[in-house]
Write a protein that binds this ligand. Structure first.
Ligand code: AMP
Length: 293
C-alpha cells in the first residue's frame, strides 16, 4: 500500500523562511496555494497545478479575520487541520503554513493593501472591506513565503483579478496562475461553505450554476442580455433562493459592466445568491461560439 506522509506544518514566518531558503539553495522552484482550510477537491486542483509549475509546494491555511464582515461566519468557518493535512499530502503538498492570527497581525499592525476600481462592484459592494482584507493578507503571505508562483481559483474571479492587479502594481516578482472551478456532480461550485447547506438547500443550490450556464448560452446566441439576466434572477428566486445579491455580465479582465458582447473581449456572468444563511457565488464564461455575426 502506498503510504503518503503528512506534510510538515510550520506556524511562524521564521520557520517558513528557513524551509524556503533551503529549497532555494537546492535550486528548487517554489509555489504557494493560499487557503482558509476546510479543504475540498477545488483546493487540491490548485495544489496539483502548483506542483506542475514548481518542485516545492506550500499550502497556507489561515482563516483571515479581516476579510469577514460583521455577522459573517468567521467563528463558525470550517476548521479541520487533520483532514486538511491528509488531503494536502495526497495532492503533493510539501509544507503547510498555518500561522496564528497574532503571527499574521501582531499588536500595532497598521497597514492595508487596497486595490481600487475592480474591487468596487460585485462582492465588493456587498461585503465592505472584504477585498482589502484579502489583498492585505495575500500580500503578506507572498512576502512571507517569497514564492515563484502563487495559484488561485477561478471560482473567486474578482479575487483573482484583484490579486493579479496588486502583484502588477506592487512589482512583486511572482507569477500568478489560476485553475478552473471544480464542481460537484450537479455542477455546484465546490466551496467550504457548501457544508452549511441543509439537504433541501443543497438540492436548490445546484440550480445556480445551471441557470448561469443557460443564461450564458442564451446571451451567446444573441438574446438580449438584460432580459436574460432578469429572467435568471426570477427563476432563481422561484427555485427557492432567498435573495440574489447580484447577477451581472462583466468584462473578464476589467470587470466593467457589459451591455452587449463585443468581439475580442471576453465576458462572464457573475452571481451571488443566498440560500437561508449560506451565500453562494459562481461565475461562468459567455462563450462566443454559435453567436450570430
Ligand atoms: P478559500 O479557502 O475558499 O479561501 O479558497 C482558497 C483558494 O481556493 C482560492 O484561490 C479559491 O478561489 C480556490 N477555490 C475555492 N473553491 C474552488 C473551486 N471549487 N474550484 C477551484 N478553486 C477553488
Amino acid at each position: 500500500m502506498l503510504h503518503i506522509s503528512r506534510p510538515r506544518t510550520v506556524t511562524s514566518i521564521v520557520e517558513l523562511r528557513d524551509v524556503v531558503r533551503d529549497w532555494r539553495r537546492a535550486g528548487d522552484l517554489v509555489a504557494i496555494v493560499p487557503t482558509m482550510g476546510g479543504l475540498h477537491e477545488g483546493h487540491l486542483s490548485l495544489v496539483r497545478n502548483a506542483r506542475r509549475r514548481a518542485k516545492r509546494v506550500i499550502a497556507s491555511i489561515f482563516v483571515n479575520p479581516t476579510q469577514f464582515g460583521e455577522g459573517e461566519d468567521f467563528e463558525n468557518y470550517p476548521r479541520d487541520e487533520v483532514r486538511d493535512a491528509e488531503l494536502l499530502a495526497s495532492a503533493g503538498c510539501d509544507l503547510i503554513y498555518a500561522p496564528s492570527v497574532s503571527e499574521m497581525y501582531p499588536d500595532g499592525f497598521a497597514t492595508s493593501v487596497s486595490v481600487t476600481e475592480i474591487t468596487g462592484p460585485l462582492c465588493g459592494s456587498h461585503r465592505p472591506g472584504h477585498f482589502d482584507g484579502v489583498t492585505t493578507v495575500v500580500c503578506k503571505l507572498l512576502n512571507q513565503s517569497q514564492p515563484d508562483y502563487a495559484v488561485f481559483g477561478e471560482k473567486d474571479w474578482q479575487q483573482l483579478v484583484s490579486i493579479r492587479q496588486m502583484v502588477r502594481d506592487l512589482d512583486m516578482p511572482i507569477r500568478i496562475a489560476s485553475s478552473p472551478t471544480v464542481r460537484e456532480a450537479d455542477g455546484l461550485a465546490m466551496s467550504s461553505r457548501n457544508r452549511y447547506l441543509s439537504v433541501k438547500e443543497r438540492k436548490i443550490a445546484g440550480k445556480l450554476n445551471r441557470a448561469l450556464f443557460a443564461s450564458a448560452d442564451h446571451i451567446a446566441h444573441g438574446i438580449d442580455l438584460d432580459r436574460v439576466l432578469e429572467a435568471c434572477t426570477k427563476a432563481l428566486l422561484t427555485a427557492g433562493f432567498s435573495e440574489i445579491d447580484y447577477i451581472e455580465a462583466r468584462d473578464s479582465a476589467t470587470l466593467a459592466i457589459v451591455n452587449r458582447l463585443e468581439h475580442g473581449k471576453e465576458a462572464r456572468i457573475f452571481a451571488a445568491a443566498r440560500l437561508g444563511k449560506t451565500r453562494l457565488i459562481d461565475n461562468v464564461p459567455i462563450e462566443r461560439t454559435g453567436m450570430a455575426g
